[in-house]
Ligand binder design. Structure first.
Ligand code: BES
Ligand code: ZN
Length: 638
């Protein structure tokens, strides 16, 4: 799998769809099919779409957010580029209630919904209008289902203001098919517009240019219009509706959040404009116009989500001391690695996340210096080692960068391997060729593939063509195929170590042996050092040792989510009862899967002590969590 050879059939179809290569079909007005889609590696097993036959190129949404019915209701009009002999277009759908499908003149079109798969949902097949040439338009009238996994409808009590309801969407990986009937495949890029009607008093924001920032009065509320004129993957279409205020952070940056938490949120994010500048100085101009953030209510299931122009972020990064802003650097970096050039299939997920972790760390280094960046990279190395263990050790199939997700939920493959082994691979290339040459390559790579999707094979081919250039020694030194297609960690992996951590580790070891809690050093430590200290303590500690730590550092009352999480993991592993109220509060007050799932797992591993706590607590917290978190925890607490 080292070249992007096309199959005969795919090549033929690509030629047919590409007016240039087939002049006889020059009347075909649709854009040529993106070359990557014609490669066998780009076949997406998590979508029903047949993009070589008919592919969605543009989506116009006109939807009302119905809070009472917990559904989006309205229309999606799709522009479709079809092969000359195409009779139908296949879309993805999950739980949608389809009411009507017509052409753009309102003439009904026949359609069917196929058998639903629990992971993928069901194919929605629509007969294409006849005689419209290659460019076709269809209009779907539908409702989303109240339990659609992409959407979380929050009650006022789940918000900071406690007065108004809130709605947000999460598309990645394959959730958007539960509220948008389109081809939900990361390789099929689509431009889009939306008109969203929200109840009076609530503001709608999306991952696109806001054409009517204050909305326009309409029956039943206000209408907000949006436009994304650059083709994006469908998982990047995102919406939130709530009581939202906005504060500018810089020329082209700003933050949306609820009014009552705006002050501390904006204060935490003062460096965002500088981050954009740092990113641009590394890998080229920011391509999306504005860069804003939306800091969501605490049930947001991820740390962050790189929705174009509008990163969605968890409020658990608002620590009060700006110590967790590497998450912003990460989501911002996705504006290049992920949104400009994104994974063509979920098997190529590491192209999004591995590149982004690498890029994130370069932004952190540029802005805050190598000492801080190296601590973060070093913590990442530990996470990678743990992920390798979890995936069954160095021979585990899921330790490969290019994944085999046949028959699986793409979520299953989304582990720290993609993030940290991916970043380690790029660091290994950087070391082999030198930073200057590597940076020049990477910058040109983003430009070369801007607004296109990419496969692992496509990246490897590009790397060989534009960086390795036949240098056999370099090729052997890096070992590209081993890195991307084989399990485990190659011997040449570049490890970044923090110069500060050995001292932290030594103090942790001393404490474990009975020494006093290192109060003075702790005071001076940054968040990564504190996290490292807790993580490097032995997993087995006496009640007395835990109590002394808790007292010295106020761990159970920690407002820093990363430190609180590290502490609670240790406490649960030791059945440390005094931390249980803190644990229960933490698992009730936020629903970020990265924190919630490991803690429930740790509880369930603690037999007759932990299991009753987990079960009683989950019965209370489950309704508060987003479907993404629920799905994972359902598999843990049984
Ligand atoms: N794109 C991811 C979030 C994601 C991954 C959503 C897979 C759905 C499926 C985002 O960029 C991310 O990686 N978020 C991390 C934080 C980051 C700093 C590592 C998270 O949410 O923890
Ligand atoms: Zn990411």
């Amino acid at each position: 799998m080292t070249s992007i050879k096309t199959t005969t059939r795919a090549a033929l179809l690509a030629l047919l769809l590409c007016g240039v290569a087939a002049p006889a079909l020059a009347q075909a007005t649709q854009p040529p099919i993106p070359a990557i889609l014609a490669t066998p590696e780009a076949r997406d097993i998590h979508s029903y779409a047949q993009p070589l036959t008919a592919r969605v190129t543009h989506v116009d949404l006109d939807l009302t957010a119905d809070f009472a019915g917990q559904k989006m209701t309205g229309t999606a009009a799709l522009d479709i580029a079809a092969a000359p002999d195409a009779k139908e277009v296949v879309l993805d759908s999950k739980g949608l209630v389809i009411k009507a499908i017509t052409d753009d003149k309102g003439v009904a079109l026949p359609w069917t919904v196929g058998k639903a798969d629990p992971i993928l949902g069901a194919p929605l097949t629509v007969q294409l209008p006849k005689g419209a040439g290659a460019a076709k338009r269809i209009v779907i009238t539908y409702d989303s289902a109240p339990d659609g996994a992409a959407l979380q409808w929050l009650t006022p009590s789940q918000t900071a203001g406690k007065a108004k309801p809130y709605l947000f969407s999460q598309g990645q990986a394959i959730l958007n098919r539960s509220w948008i009937p389109t081809q939900d495949s990361p390789g099929i890029r689509q431009t889009w517009t939306a008109r969203i009607v929200a109840p009076e008093g609530l503001k709608a924001v999306m991952s696109a240019e806001a054409l009517t920032p204050d909305g326009e009065p309409v029956a039943g509320g206000r209408a907000y219009r949006f436009k994304m004129d650059k083709p994006v993957a469908s998982y990047l279409i995102a919406l939130a509706v709530g009581d939202l205020a906005f504060t500018p952070l810089g020329q082209r940056t700003g933050v949306y959040t609820e009014p009552s938490v705006m002050k501390k949120t904006a204060n935490e994010l003062v460096d965002v404009e500088k981050m954009v500048e740092a990113a641009e100085s590394l890998y080229g101009p920011y391509a999306w116009g504005r860069y804003d953030l939306l800091v969501l209510p605490p049930s947001f299931p991820f740390g962050g989500m790189e929705n174009p122009r509008l990163t969605f972020a968890t409020p658990t990064i608002i620590a009060g001391d700006r110590s967790l802003v590497s998450l912003v650097a990460h989501e911002l970096a996705h504006s290049w690695s992920g949104n400009l050039v994104n994974n063509a299939t979920w098997a190529d997920f590491w192209l999004n996340e591995g590149f982004t972790v690498y890029f994130e760390n370069r932004i952190m280094e540029k802005l805050y210096g190598p000492a801080r960046a190296n601590m973060l990279a070093d913590l990442g190395w530990t996470e990678m080692q743990e992920a390798i263990k979890t995936a069954g050790g160095p021979t585990g199939a899921d330790t490969r960068l290019h994944l085999d997700l046949a028959g699986r939920d793409p979520d299953d493959g989304m582990t720290e391997i993609a993030y940290e082994k991916g970043a380690t691979f790029l660091r290994t290339i950087e070391k082999a060729v030198g930073r200057e040459r590597w940076d020049a390559y990477l910058k040109a790579y983003f430009a070369r593939h801007a607004f296109q999707s990419q496969t692992t094979a496509g990246f490897v081919a590009d790397l060989r063509a534009n960086l390795i250039k036949g240098d056999a020694k370099l090729e052997a030194e890096i070992g590209i195929d081993k890195w991307v297609y084989e399990p485990g960690l190659p011997d040449n992996a570049v490890r970044i170590q923090s110069a500060a951590f050995p001292a932290v580790d030594a103090l942790a070891a001393a404490y474990a042996k009975g020494g006093a809690a290192p109060a003075a050093p702790w005071k001076g430590w940054s968040t990564p050092e504190r996290t490292r200290f807790i993580a490097s303590l032995p997993r087995e500690l006496s009640t007395e040792r835990l109590a002394a730590l808790d007292k010295a550092f106020g761990l159970s009352a920690q407002g820093n989510s990363e430190i609180r999480f590290a502490w609670l993991e240790l406490a649960v592993a030791n059945r440390y009862q005094p931390a249980v109220p803190s644990l229960e509060a933490f698992l009730t007050d936020q629903g970020r899967r990265k924190f919630v799932a490991p803690l429930f797992k740790a509880l369930m591993a603690q037999g007759d002590w932990g299991q009753p706590i987990a079960k009683a607590l989950y019965a209370k917290t489950r309704p508060l969590y987003h479907a993404v978190t629920r799905q994972t925890v359902d598999g843990i607490v049984k």
